[in-house]
Design a protein around this ligand. Sequence first.
Ligand code: CO8
Length: 258
Amino acid sequence: YGDFETLIVEKADGVALIRLNRPDVLNALNSTVARELVELVGLIDRDPEVGCSVITGSEKAFAAGADISEMETKSYMEMYGEDFFAVWERFTHARKPVIAAVAGYALGGGCELAMMCDFIIAAETAKFGQPEIKLGVMPGMGGSQRLTRFVGKSVAMDMCLTGRMMDAAEAKQTGLVARVVAADQLIEEAKQAARTIAGFSQPIVAMTKETVNRSYEMTLSEGIRFERRLFHAMFATEDQKEGMNAFVEKRKAQFKDR
Ligand code: CO8
């Protein structure tokens, strides 16, 4: 995919492993990270060899937030004029799934980036938080909205108003993360989940992701109708025929649609 200043990318077995690589600042998310991640997910969406991505940080930090030194002196007009942080919206438009593999700190923008992914696998060392209130601001990359949808109003208020951290066990119990694993198993577990997803039909995976995401935007009856219409559309794919035929013939399906 070319060289990136703030990311390291490895591609194997249908999976792109993306590492945030700003170790000196605990992977603080500056505009370069945002621009590069958006560019990369666009390239991955167009790469038929990759079916799923994993995004991770270091053992110490997934990401300790938006880059405070980049924001500190900005004026209102600079923030508004640049529409600061709007670029992150484009990260959420990725059509292929992205799994967040979180070890260590996922604070502020780091927690928000993890929540922009399709699901989170956490190491036992993970710590999540929205500590922006301590800096005289509040979450700015979707945290007030996404965290509330993940964990409910009471816990989200507690997190955003006190700025406290949540450990991996609480993150699992409140539904913020899908799985918690030992720290030394994190990358393998996330890659294994990604390989499983990459082994399925790519258009069906993309439609499934889109349909689950609609549940955040639609009423229940509209969402169920959306699901049913796409379910019907799946019968136009070769992969639906292959998947069901393989089951009937008791063999492993070979999905081919791209
Ligand atoms: N931005 C920039 N630099 C950072 C950040 C950050 N978010 N986090 C850590 N760093 C840097 C530190 O300054 C330090 O640099 P140096 O070595 O040059 O002093 C280096 O990373 C290592 O950090 P520490 O020495 O602090 O490491 P510790 O292990 O002692 O502490 C912590 C780790 C607890 C994670 C601590 O670094 C910390 O509290 N970081 C800040 C966490 C935070 O507040 N995050 C929220 C940031 S704001 C945000 O994400 C959204 C803002 C929304 C604005 C909306 C605008 C539209």
